[in-house]
Design a protein around this ligand. Structure first.
Ligand SMILES: [Zn+2]
Length: 487
């Protein structure tokens, strides 16, 4: 520990970061003590957070108020803690399928409920009153969809205020006249930090409050907090921070709340390699938001240079789940070289509690300006059609008994089945299942199709792509979460 502190003293170039560097790394390192274990997947619903809110309601440390209801009648709860003069307001999940910060809020509440970090918490709670409004769009969360039950984007309803969720957000903001606002969202995992292969794991914006994009003290303070949070994230996710375009959107909440005098910080949780349920990103939310709260309480952000905000790379959207480069493709007697950009697209089961994949080719051609979470250099490989296994099988059990390594190595990507369980939506195997009369169309690569084919070199099939997932046939592990059913 001692040598770490010494290293921090000598290495830190920024005094503000130095003051909080220690607490930040302690927050990161002790995170598991506060993580709310009951909400560990993205598809969380209002009923999942009600027991947590009940516990908090029974806890003297917190004040809980029902501040509104959604169109569907679900409660909107405001949880407050602290007695300081500066009001900090955090709201999450106004888009129903953006739950990462909702989870982080309950981690932060566990932190405040604990007996640890006594000195830091006293400083925070004496100087700040912190208000949390988690899951502003519970109806959208129920369906794991962006919009609310009126079918509108709440984030375009800040002026017209047609939705009760929007009215609640405006009323709470006004009643608190909050000094700082954290507008908490998720963004597509396909965003990257501009001209790099790094995903934008977190993106920030200090929204503009006018078309001129002026910087007054309110917006300037938001920029300073963002610079502070970016410095923290660079330590845990180097290069994985993006900055949103700050064009003024007159209908959006962030832009208006900035205009109404609350220093507004938009945080968008994006993608992180091999973090499908975004639990590492949740931890980064926890660490950086709590650190920001601490710096607001200590007012140590004030000396940060606003100019550093512009140095954060801009957000771009140039990532695919799988990028294959330089593959040879035969079409009408000629051979062409193609890159393929493939996304593993989630489709919800009817209960919206979990999902399966229906992958698609998003783009093809020269994709040299794009990146992939996973990339394969397929130079010298030829794309081959996936074949149908010659024997028709009669049950899932028979399919299960197949040796999939062998089947894939022989270039079979489809297995014909005489009957299917009625409600079965997809294939749990690393091969597609087809009905008795289904004809597999000839492979015709084009954006929109399901990516299923093989890559062959010198007559040997070395890779399979099944439902957009790459399988290295020299290895025994097959990571294809599901395939499709074509009846
Ligand atoms: Zn959003």
């Amino acid at each position: 520990m001692k040598h770490l502190l010494l290293a921090a003293l000598f290495l830190c170039s920024c005094s503000v970061i130095c003051q909080t560097d220690n607490i930040t790394s302690q927050l990161y390192d002790t995170y598991e003590n506060y993580k709310e274990g009951s909400i560990g997947k993205r598809r969380i619903k209002r009923a999942d957070i009600q027991p947590l809110i009940d516990n908090i309601t029974a806890n003297d440390k917190f004040k809980v108020q029902t501040v509104g209801k959604s169109i569907g009648g679900k409660k909107l709860s405001l949880i407050s803690i602290g007695s300081g003069e500066t009001n900090v307001f955090l709201w999450s999940q106004m888009h129903g399928d953006e739950p990462t910060a909702t989870q982080a809020i309950f981690d932060i509440l566990n932190f405040f409920d604990s007996a640890d970090f006594k000195k830091e918490k006293e400083a925070i709670l004496a100087n700040l009153t912190i208000h949390f409004l988690p899951m502003l769009n519970p109806d959208g969360a129920e369906l794991f969809q962006r919009r609310n039950l009126l079918g509108i984007d709440i984030n375009r309803d800040a002026l017209r205020l047609q939705s009760p969720e929007s009215k609640t957000l405006k009323r709470v903001r006004d009643s608190l006249n909050a000094d700082f606002g954290f507008n908490l969202h998720d963004q597509s995992t396909y965003y990257n930090a501009e001209r790099t292969e790094k995903p934008a794991t977190i993106s920030y914006l200090a929204p503009a409050y006018n078309y001129e994009k002026d910087i007054n003290e309110t917006r300037g303070n938001a920029m300073k907090i963002i610079v502070f949070m970016n410095d923290i994230l660079q330590k845990y996710a180097p290069g994985q921070v993006g900055r949103y375009n700050d064009d003024f959107e007159p209908r959006a909440f962030g832009d208006n709340i900035q205009k109404w005098g609350t220093s507004t910080i938009l945080i968008e949780s994006g993608g992180y390699p091999n973090d499908i349920e975004k639990q590492e990103i949740r931890k980064l939310n926890y660490t950086s938001i709590l650190s920001a709260i601490y710096t607001i309480a200590k007012k140590s952000y004030e000396t940060i240079a606003i100019e550093k905000y512009e140095e954060i790379p801009e957000n771009d959207r140039k990532l695919f789940d799988l990028k294959i480069t330089g593959a040879s493709y035969n079409l009408m007697g000629n051979t062409y070289v193609l890159d393929l950009g493939i996304n593993q697209i989630e489709v919800d089961y009817p209960d919206h509690n979990s999902f399966w994949y229906s992958s698609r080719i998003l783009d093809q051609g020269d994709l040299s300006t794009y990146y992939g979470y996973e990339t394969l250099d397929a130079t010298g490989y030829t794309i081959k059609q996936a074949k149908v296994y010659p024997r028709t099988l009669n049950s899932f059990e028979e399919v299960k008994a197949l040796n999939f390594n062998d089947i894939l190595k022989q270039g079979f990507g489809y297995v014909r089945l005489s009957t299917f369980p009625a409600k079965r939506i997809n294939s749990p195997f690393p091969v597609h299942l087809i009905g008795a009369k289904y004809n597999v169309p000839e492979l015709n690569l084009s954006p929109g199709i399901n990516p299923t084919f093989f890559l062959e070199k010198n007559g040997v099939t070395e890779y399979a792509v099944i439902n957009g997932f790459l399988v290295n046939l020299k290895k025994t592990d097959i990571n294809v979460p599901n395939s499709m059913i074509f009846r």
